[in-house]
Write a protein that binds this ligand. Structure first.
Ligand code: AMP
Ligand code: TRP
Length: 331
C-alpha cells in the first residue's frame, strides 16, 4: 500500500482552508493508503508560541482531526516532537539542502516581509524539517494545500542531492497531492489573501469549531461585490471574493464551479450566501460538536498521540538509523 504522510501546525484552530485543502483529502486517502498524520509542533516553534497554548492546541487539533474522521487505529496520528527521528534527519537535511534553494521559498518571503533579520533561523530551514518528516517514513504521497507545493518540490531536490552525494538510491521522489477544488481558500474579508490561522480577524475564516449561527453570520458578512453571480466562469474574472465563495460551494457540495454557476448564476449574493451557509453548516457543525465532546476526555487524546508516536517511531527509527550509517556517523 502506498504510504501517505502529512502534517498540520498546532498553532490555532484548524479552519475551512485546512479542511478543504488538506484534512478532507486525508480522510479520503485512508480508504486505500497507509497514512501517517502529524501535528507538527516543532514547526510551530519557528514562531514564538505561548507554551500552555501550544500544548492545548495540540490536543485541540487532535480532537478536530479525530472528529473529521481520521482513524488512529488503522492509521497513525501523533505529534512530531514525540519522535526524535524527525530532528535527527532534519539536521542531516540542513546539511544537504542549499541556501539558494531556501532563498526561493515564497512562504518564507511572505511571512517575513521586509523584516527578514528578526525572524528565527528555524523559520528559514523549516522546509528541510518538513522534508525530514516525510522521508523519515519513506512516504511517497503528500496531501497538502497549494501553498505547500513548493516545499514538496524542495524535498525532492533534497532526495536527488542526497542520493547523488552519497551514491545511493535510498530515497524516492515524493508527490504532492493537491485537491482540484479549494486548494487555496481565501479570506472571507479579502479575496486576495489566503485564509489563515494567523489573520487577526476571526471574521476572515470559518473555524472547524464554529457553531451553526457563527458560520451563518460569517458567511452573511463575507465581503462581496454588488453584481449578481455570473452564469459562467469567465464572469468571475477580477471578482476574487465571488470566485472564492463559488469555489467553497463547489468543494463543499462535490460540484464543479461551472455546476454551481449553472445553478446559481443570476442570483444576488443574499440567497447564494444562504445556500452556501446551509451546505457549510451541514459539513462543519457535526465536526464542531464531536470536537467539543472529545475535548472532555484529554486522557483519551493523550493516549491516541502516545500510541501513535510509538508506532511512528517503530517505522522511522530504522530508516533514520540507516541514513546515519550512510552519511558516516559512528554508531
Ligand atoms: P498549516 O495550517 O499551515 O499547518 O496548514 C495545514 C494544511 O492546510 C497544509 O496542507 C496547507 O497547505 C493547508 N492549508 C492551509 N491554509 C489553506 C488555505 N487557505 N487553503 C487551502 N489549504 C490550506
Ligand atoms: N509545512 C506544512 C504547513 O505549514 C506542515 C507540514 C510540516 C507538513 N511537515 C509536513 C505537510 C510534512 C506535509 C508533510 O502547512
Amino acid at each position: 500500500m502506498t504510504r501517505v504522510f502529512s502534517g498540520i501546525q498546532p498553532t490555532g484552530i484548524p479552519h475551512l482552508g485546512n479542511y478543504l485543502g488538506a484534512i478532507q483529502n486525508w480522510v479520503a486517502l485512508q480508504a486505500n493508503h497507509e497514512c501517517i498524520f502529524c501535528l507538527v509542533d516543532l514547526h510551530a516553534l519557528t514562531v514564538w508560541q505561548n507554551p500552555a497554548d501550544l500544548r492545548a492546541q495540540t490536543r485541540q487539533q487532535t480532537a478536530v482531526l479525530l472528529a473529521s474522521g481520521i482513524d488512529p487505529e488503522k492509521h497513525i496520528l501523533f505529534n512530531q516532537s514525540a519522535v526524535s527521528a524527525h530532528t535527527r534527519l532534519g539536521w542531516i537535511f540542513n546539511c544537504v539542502s542549499r541556501l539558494g534553494w531556501l532563498n526561493r521559498m515564497t512562504q518564507f518571503k511572505d511571512k517575513v516581509g521586509k523584516d527578514r533579520e528578526n525572524h528565527s533561523a528555524g523559520l528559514y530551514v523549516y522546509p528541510n524539517l518538513m522534508a525530514a518528516d516525510i522521508l523519515a517514513y519513506k512516504a511517497v504521497k503528500v496531501p497538502v494545500g497549494d501553498d505547500q507545493r513548493q516545499h514538496v518540490e524542495l524535498a525532492n531536490d533534497i532526495v536527488k542531492k542526497f542520493n547523488h552525494d552519497y551514491e545511493v538510491e535510498f530515497f524516492q521522489e515524493i508527490e504532492a497531492f493537491v485537491p482540484a477544488q479549494a486548494a487555496r481558500v481565501m479570506s472571507l474579508r479579502d479575496g486576495l489573501k489566503k485564509m489563515s490561522k494567523s489573520d487577526p480577524s476571526a471574521q476572515s475564516r470559518i473555524d472547524l469549531t464554529d457553531d451553526a449561527d457563527t458560520i451563518a453570520l460569517k458567511i452573511k458578512r463575507a465581503k462581496t461585490d454588488p453584481e449578481p453571480l455570473p452564469s459562467s466562469l469567465e464572469g468571475l474574472t477580477d471578482r476574487p471574493e465571488a470566485r472564492n465563495l463559488v469555489g467553497l460551494y463547489a468543494a463543499m457540495d462535490n460540484l464543479t464551479p461551472e455546476q454551481v454557476l449553472a445553478r446559481h448564476g443570476g442570483e444576488g449574493f443574499g440567497p447564494f450566501k444562504k445556500a452556501l451557509a446551509d451546505v457549510m453548516i451541514a459539513r462543519i457543525e457535526p465536526i464542531a460538536k464531536e470536537t467539543s465532546r472529545l475535548l472532555d476526555d484529554t486522557g483519551h487524546l493523550d493516549h491516541v498521540l502516545r500510541t501513535g508516536a510509538a508506532r511512528a517511531a517503530a517505522i522511522a527509527n530504522p530508516i533514520v538509523d540507516e541514513v546515519e550509517q550512510i552519511v558516516g556517523l559512528l554508531k
